[in-house]
Design a protein. Structure first.
Length: 131
């Protein structure tokens, strides 16, 4: 028997279409990718098949890139079954930053909100990849 006990910290985020969490940074130029490690958490009382997520990447110039993630993606889908509440393992999502204005001006913030509903996620890591 192997037991893994993770002691890493997570940020529990309640998502709505207008609220969630803002992650701020000094301007980072040349960002080619945003990497998020997260998992949905809590029982979905609305019985939706997962937690949708909208990621808005903001640049110093005011430019924005919006990335919508489906509630059916592997990282966000509800794993509840008729007999279990579901096992939620953190999953890493790599999101390409394709907007040239965002890449050139420099990323200053990332906002995570619920795209078309509510839900909760545990965010373990957010990383801006340059190069």
């Amino acid at each position: 028997e192997c037991v893994v006990n993770s002691r890493s910290q997570v940020l529990r985020v309640s998502l709505t279409p207008t609220g969630g969490v803002d992650l701020l940074t000094r301007p980072v130029r040349g960002v080619r990718e945003l990497v998020l490690t997260l998992n949905p958490t809590g029982t979905r009382v609305d019985r939706k098949p997962g937690t949708s997520l909208r990621v808005t990447v903001r640049a110093a110039s005011g430019a924005r890139q919006v990335i919508d993630l489906s509630r059916l993606s592997e990282a966000l889908r509800d794993r509840r079954t008729a007999t279990q509440s579901g096992a939620y393992t953190p999953t890493t999502i790599r999101l390409p930053i394709t907007d040239a204005a965002v890449r050139t001006s420099g990323v200053v913030g990332v906002q995570l909100t619920g795209r078309d509903g509510t839900g909760r996620i545990d965010l373990r890591r957010a990383e801006l990849v340059t190069g």
